[in-house]
Write a protein that binds this ligand. Structure first.
Ligand code: SF4
Ligand code: SF4
Length: 214
């Protein structure tokens, strides 16, 4: 899931500018799990905006804002409000906010900061697992990501400063390459570690494969 945190109110307020009438949209998926864009957070932000004298025309929970097909369908429920609104505040990741922006054709204010793809330990505690590097090495590393696990993001082996398994860059952290080695030993796949991999390619960004539609 995409892990997000709320933007400071001052930043959101600045982005709202002179707009008076808004729709607040949340994400019932990742952002709801993060408790940054669920229905409670939509209500909280809407009430904050109303306290500031702004009008909130609708509060919307989008099941999956980054899925344009679903979002296009769900926006039909608030067509009138959208026509009357000066813009939309999105408590979603940047993908969701951009999907909404393209579909509504009005100013969209992003209310969250997205950080990484992570797993959930418990409410409010997440582990960064993937930085979306575009060239995954998990098959060679026993399923442990060195890009997110190493403070230097090293993906072809440990740095020279690794000290008896301790990370030299972050006190208290075990070197991720130590963990990778142990995992591969346990799995009997140590050969994968020894494979010489070429330098990391430039980060590949996902591309749109189709026409943009409204
Ligand atoms: S190697 Fe790259 S794609 Fe694979 S989990 Fe790590 S950051 Fe994500
Ligand atoms: S000690 Fe290991 S985890 Fe720490 S910076 Fe060096 S390679 Fe990365």
């Amino acid at each position: 899931m995409v892990v997000t945190t709320p933007k400071p109110w001052d930043e959101i307020r600045f982005a709202l500018g002179d707009g008076k009438r808004w729709i607040v949209m949340g994400c019932a998926d990742c952002a709801a799990v993060c408790q940054t864009g669920g229905s409670s957070q939509v209500d909280e932000l809407a009430e904050r905006m109303e306290d500031e004298g702004l009008e909130v025309l609708a509060r919307v929970d989008l099941p999956s804002p980054c899925d344009r097909r679903l979002t296009r369908r769900d926006l039909k429920r608030v067509v009138r409000e959208l026509e009357a609104a000066d813009g939309v505040v999105c408590l979603t990741c940047g993908g969701g906010a951009q999907a909404v922006a393209e579909l509504v054709g009005k100013p969209v204010v992003a209310g969250l900061d997205a950080h990484f793809v992570g797993t959930v330990e418990r409410v409010g505690v997440f582990h960064e697992q993937c930085a979306l590097c575009g060239a995954c090495v998990l098959n060679a590393t026993g399923g442990i990501c060195p890009v997110t696990g190493c403070p230097k993001g090293l993906r072809n082996g440990p740095c020279e400063e690794a000290n008896a398994g301790a990370c030299e860059a972050e006190p208290g952290l075990e070197c991720v390459w130590e963990r990778i080695w142990e995992r591969l030993e346990t799995l009997g796949r140590i050969g994968a570690f020894g494979t010489v991999r070429p330098p990391a390619p430039p980060v590949r960004r996902p591309r749109s494969t189709g026409r943009r539609t409204r």
